[in-house]
Design a protein around this ligand. Structure first.
Ligand code: GDP
Ligand code: MN
Length: 381
């Protein structure tokens, strides 16, 4: 889960990282009001969950409240990379001398969090990594020891930060590490961390990505989720605790078990089809959950056939079959359905489904072939 800039910066501030004074606005009148309170010279920043807002025109300076209002009107009417701007952050403008990059993420190869710093801040760090990798310095953080003071000094030295800033830089690095650790983040990034003309270090931009699997222990952070930026289907899937990922193909898949779901997608591809989604309904799914899953699959207009691949261990075949029937009663559809049902109560399940005119299959290969044929317009191969 990605956090907005203002949310990330609030968390950073809680860990002692200096951020500009600022507030969030949903309309231009609010933006004007805030600009007035902040002394007029402000930066208006679109809050959308994509990078490169600056280049896209979503970050602009205003010299007075009037100008802030005009710019806020324009930015609030924008779409940036397909995302509507619903809110702007109005921050006291910083007079920037130097832009630094400072971030933490997990280094899978190193098997620990790594903190990175670069003197080439403000620009896309991926670009720096590609063009001038020597400008990025890294330290691996032992998760049990945390970030050590000498490591922060190594980073400061590595980016040629003037000595006068080392102490504050160390505090910021340590704050960022603790914010990352205690929020169960997978990314915490300040880009740019600036040195102002008055010689202050200031986190002008902030970005955090949280580990979805750890959100249950951060209910306050989970509430920050912006539903605007994810496909409706994924919001719906989360409501029913379904693991769902939308893909680009034509064959909707409903499977119980993540491994089985992946195997199902592989088989579909092996036989020349393309899955429309990954969906794991989990063990012991109720008919209500199956119905929700089917609604989600069918809400994708690309779906030309649905393949149910259910292995009944804990999940009972008849329960799944009843769920499918319930769902089909609700969601009237002409999309052909192919089922492969094995395991507990499979026979009962199959009877229920053939009575409802669904295509049944004995093996997974058979099911995949039938689903592909159905998606291409024929009933059988
Ligand atoms: P991003 O483009 O989405 O990464 O958004 P940022 O918050 O990083 O802003 C992009 C760029 O705008 C920064 O690298 C700065 O150069 C500039 N910028 C942001 N805030 C200010 C500010 O308060 N004053 C000035 N002069 N420039 C700013
Ligand atoms: Mn940035």
């Amino acid at each position: 889960m990605k956090l907005h800039e203002y949310q990330s910066k609030h968390i950073f501030a809680d860990y002692g990282i200096p951020i500009p004074d600022g507030r969030i606005a949903s309309n231009s009148a609010e933006a004007k009001q805030i600009a007035g309170e902040l002394g007029g010279h402000v930066v208006i920043k679109s809050q959308v969950l994509v990078g490169g807002r600056g280049k896209a025109g979503g970050i602009r300076l205003a010299k007075n409240p009037q100008e802030a209002e005009e710019i806020a009107t324009q930015i609030l009417g924008m779409e940036i990379k397909g995302l509507p701007v619903r809110k702007v952050l109005v921050d006291e403008a910083a007079s920037i001398e130097t832009e630094i990059y400072l971030g933490i993420t997990n280094d899978r190869a190193d098997r620990k969090p790594t903190m990175m710093a670069s003197s080439a801040g403000g620009v896309d760090i991926e670009e720096v990594a590609k063009e001038t990798p020597e400008k990025i310095v890294k330290v691996g953080i032992d998760p049990l020891l945390g970030l050590r003071d000498y490591q922060a000094r190594d980073l400061a030295a590595g980016i040629d930060l003037p000595r006068a800033h080392w102490r504050t830089f160390g505090q910021i690095a340590s704050g960022l590490w603790r914010a990352y650790l205690e929020s169960d983040a997978t990314l915490a990034e300040i880009n740019p961390l600036v040195i102002t003309s008055r010689g202050r270090l200031l986190a002008v931009d902030g970005k955090m990505v949280l580990d979805d699997n750890a959100l249950f222990r951060h209910t306050d952070l989970a509430e920050m989720r912006d539903l605007d930026v994810e496909p409706k289907a994924e919001t719906e899937a989360r409501k029913y605790s379904l693991s769902f990922i939308k893909l680009e193909g034509q064959i909707g898949c409903m499977v119980n078990g993540a491994g089985l779901a992946m195997a199902t997608m592989d088989i579909i591809k092996l036989h020349g089809g393309e899955p429309a989604n990954f969906l794991d309904i989990g063990g012991g799914a109720s008919s209500e959950k199956v119905a929700a899953a089917l609604r989600i699959i069918l809400s994708d207009p690309n779906v030309k056939a649905v393949l149910f691949n259910i292995f009944g261990g804990i999940t009972r075949g008849d329960e799944v079959a009843r769920g499918i029937i319930t769902a089909l009663d609700e969601v009237k559809t002409d999309v052909p359905m192919v089922t492969r049902l094995v395991g507990t109560n499979a026979e009962e399940g199959r009877q229920i489904l053939s009575a409802a005119n669904m295509i049944t299959a004995e093996t997974l290969v058979d099911a995949a072939k039938k689903a592909i044929a159905a998606a291409n317009g024929g009933d059988e191969e």
